[in-house]
Design a protein around this ligand. Structure first.
Ligand SMILES: [Zn+2]
Ligand SMILES: [Zn+2]
Length: 447
């Protein structure tokens, strides 16, 4: 029999402020609705208890600068921990699929973390993905992000990684935070095409969203042949959401879930706390459990004008054709200037803004071109507000010997000169951290 796992972590004592949209009661009505509808009594639902994630699991995937102690992580570590709980249950075959119903959300949190971005400090799905690769040997994972906002943090974390397909369907970045997620963002030199952005015009409803999924996102997932599929299940595409302008219904979300058929869904955004969240969460959960969700009907009526029909289908088809034709254009780094080991290194300059805390980050990403593996990544980052600088060196999962050596050479080269340096050796599951030239054991005080 099919089993659907569920774990709740409403984080009732954590918020960014009383009037903030990402606030304490976001999951309160959902919990009530799910209990009232008797969903928890269904034989195929299995509830799990929250757990706290280990800092090690975070640092394998994200770099907390200048060091982890400078971040308030309590609630975030539990949201991550809940994702890992269902990940383990899935791998142990205790469940067929699962829904991680937690806050705070995570998909705007990227490779480097100087602070909170878009209400996110830790990326729940990304940390989960790399946890499953480390401990269960999963090779290929697809993430389908159905939040109304571009999943820019998740994209950032896997941008250079050919083994994780990141698809984000969202309201066009020209009209909504975070202002990114265009077709041209297709991945790095060893991973071109593993990032798929489907920006949709404001006003699209169930029909348009499902069309983009059916004709574009899901064929890409099937072609990728992932071991598992994770859905970043944001609910702010709903027609009552106060932050965005899309018109998806709760039943539409049920169909979206059915079509993606994720192994795990992880809650992201959704700020219509009474109007949408209880209904959308219920529809998603029923769809995961293989139950009928056609009776899930919101108490509010659709007031916005829905964009649909032939015009929208033609728009999506045209965008898809355009996506396929985009070719990469790389800029190569000067090896001497950056003191880089042998190889060709692509350089990307980035400016990242942390809206929640007003932090501006300047980043240089350097990626070693490689035909054998994902390629070692070197990131030099500055927090322009504080003047702090740091370096991240990432040796990827399944790194080839030359790329692994390049990673060690870079760490050796920079550990004395960089104020802080984090070495993520994903291949051998080792995390090393240097502060002012000295190696620091980050895990002595956190466990
Ligand atoms: Zn969102
Ligand atoms: Zn390599």
């Amino acid at each position: 029999m099919k089993k659907t796992g569920i774990v709740f972590f409403p984080a009732f004592d954590w918020s960014l402020g009383e009037t903030h949209p990402e606030r304490e009661e976001r999951l309160l009505y959902t919990q009530e609705q799910i209990f009232e509808e008797g969903v928890m009594d269904l034989p195929q639902i299995k509830q799990y208890s929250p757990a706290v994630a280990d800092l090690r699991d975070v640092l394998r995937t994200q770099a907390l600068f200048p060091n982890p102690d400078r971040h308030d992580l309590d609630a975030h570590l539990i949201a991550v921990g809940c994702s890992l709980v269902l990940g383990k249950a899935l791998m142990a075959k205790e469940i067929t699929n699962g829904f991680v119903l937690v806050r705070p959300p995570g998909h705007h949190s990227g490779t480097v973390v100087w602070g909170n971005r878009g209400f996110c400090t830790l990326n729940n799905e990304a940390i989960l993905v790399n946890y499953l690769r480390t401990y269960y040997g999963l090779k290929k994972i697809a993430i389908v992000d159905t939040d109304v906002h571009h999943g820019d943090g998740t994209q950032d974390i896997f941008y250079y990684d050919p083994n994780v397909l990141c698809i984000s369907i969202h309201q066009d970045g020209r009209t909504l935070y975070p202002g990114t997620g265009f077709c041209e963002e297709k991945g790095g030199p060893n991973s071109w095409g593993s990032i798929v952005n489907i920006p949709l015009p404001p006003g699209i409803g169930d029909e348009g969203f499902l069309y983009a999924l059916e004709k574009w996102a899901m064929p890409a997932v099937r072609e990728f042949k992932p071991d598992i599929i994770i859905n970043s299940a944001g609910q702010d595409n709903h027609f009552t959401d106060p932050l965005a302008s899309m018109n998806v219904t709760a039943r539409g979300y049920g169909k979206i879930t059915e079509m993606i058929s994720p192994d795990l869904a992880v809650l992201e955004g959704g700020y219509s706390i009474q109007g949408a969240l209880p209904y959308v969460n219920l529809a998603i959960l029923l769809a995961l459990a293989g139950e009928d969700y056609s009776g899930v009907i919101e108490s509010q009526k659709m007031k916005r004008r829905v964009l649909g029909g032939e015009e929208v289908r033609a728009y999506i088809d045209k965008l898809h054709e355009y996506y396929k034709q985009i070719e990469p254009r790389w800029r190569y780094a000067q090896r001497q200037e950056w003191r880089l080991p042998a190889g060709n290194w692509v350089i990307r300059e980035r400016d990242i803004y942390y809206d929640t805390e007003g932090i501006r980050e300047q980043r240089y990403d350097l990626i070693r071109e490689c035909r054998q593996c994902g390629g070692t990544v070197f990131i030099s980052t500055s927090n322009l507000n504080t003047g702090e600088k740091a370096v991240l060196v990432k040796i990827p999962f399944e790194a080839c010997p030359a790329c692994e050596q390049a990673g060690y050479d870079l760490a050796e080269q920079y550990k004395k000169s960089a104020p802080t340096l984090l070495l993520q050796n994903q291949l051998h599951n080792r995390i090393s951290f240097w502060e002012n030239g000295k190696e620091v054991n980050l895990f002595a005080t956190h466990n």
